[in-house]
Design a protein around this ligand. Structure first.
Ligand code: KIV
Ligand code: NA
Length: 274
């Protein structure tokens, strides 16, 4: 039994129904063990295209491919029984046309078992979102700082400050009207995130937004302290796994060099004891 009293895996409609209620707890995952670690504790697991930067050492999310998303999506799906599984559409797989988006979204869902896709964009992606939803593909929208547009933005900058807030409000209303079941708000002023949350009927999931959002999402390697190349302001590290991992590796290396590992309990006798 999960906290919400269901035993089946959560669906996008269950997430949508959390609007205005208990906060929607979301994290990214890219592997089976990480998915298993979080499944009982979160409502939604996102196979984010952040996988490119976090696990593959890419400089941005632009180099992430459909094949990478499918491989990681399948791995995460094997580790989940409770949380709703959402998979990111990678850069170049959906922007060209609604038909292109449908073809690739259907592939992501059928080849991984994900219950929904996420894509970046507001007003200009509304037609595509409606096209997908009308054809059976639940869509989570993502507005504000959309990292796949980093080259247009000229960096990972806060979006929607001052007069620009009206644009983001329109984006939120457009994706809601198009039928998105939830919307990620990334790196926007807290007051704007609160206004959008009050305005739209679908859950807002914040990352660098506001505690007043209907839910929160973080990149799991960031919050575990595993990814340490840089730390955005909106990341809180709940663990120091990167440091712990390096210390463990250093201890192993020292013991191997000292011939202290393997110890008697790790090795095998020539004859089996009677
Ligand atoms: O790719 C990702 O991890 C994301 C979340 C941070 C929302 O899109
Ligand atoms: Na993403």
């Amino acid at each position: 039994m999960s906290a919400t009293g269901t035993t089946r895996q959560k669906m996008p409609s269950d997430i949508a129904a959390m609007k205005g209620g208990a906060p929607v707890v979301c994290l990214t995952a890219y592997t089976t063990p990480m998915a298993r670690m979080m499944d009982a504790h979160v409502d939604l697991v996102l196979v984010g295209d952040s996988v490119g930067m976090v696990l593959h050492g890419l400089p941005s999310t632009l180099g992430v491919t459909m094949e990478m998303m499918i491989l990681h999506g399948r791995a995460v799906a094997r580790g989940l029984q409770n949380a709703c599984l959402v998979i990111d559409m990678p850069f170049g797989s959906y922007e060209e046309s609604p038909a292109q988006a449908f073809r690739n979204a259907a592939r992501l869902m059928s080849e991984t078992g994900a219950g929904a896709v996420k894509l970046e964009g507001g007003q200009h992606m509304a037609e595509t979102i409606a096209f997908l939803v009308q054809r059976g593909i639940p869509v989570m929208a993502h507005i504000g700082l959309t990292p796949q547009s980093v080259n247009v933005f000229g960096g990972y900058k806060v979006q929607g400050r001052g007069e620009d807030g009206a644009r983001l409000m329109k984006d939120a209303m457009a994706v809601e009207k198009a039928g998105a079941f939830a919307v990620v708000l990334e790196k926007v002023p807290a007051s704007l995130a609160d206004r959008i949350t009050a305005e739209v009927s679908i859950p807002t999931v914040g990352i660098g937004a506001s505690a007043g959002c209907d839910g929160q999402v973080l990149v799991v390697d960031d919050m575990l302290g595993l990814f340490t190349a840089f730390k955005p302001k909106f990341v809180k590290r709940y663990g120091t796994l990167g440091e712990q991992g390096e210390a463990a590796i250093a201890a192993y290396a020292a013991e191997v060099r000292a011939r202290a590992f393997p110890a008697p309990e790790h090795i095998f006798a020539d004859e089996v004891k009677k």
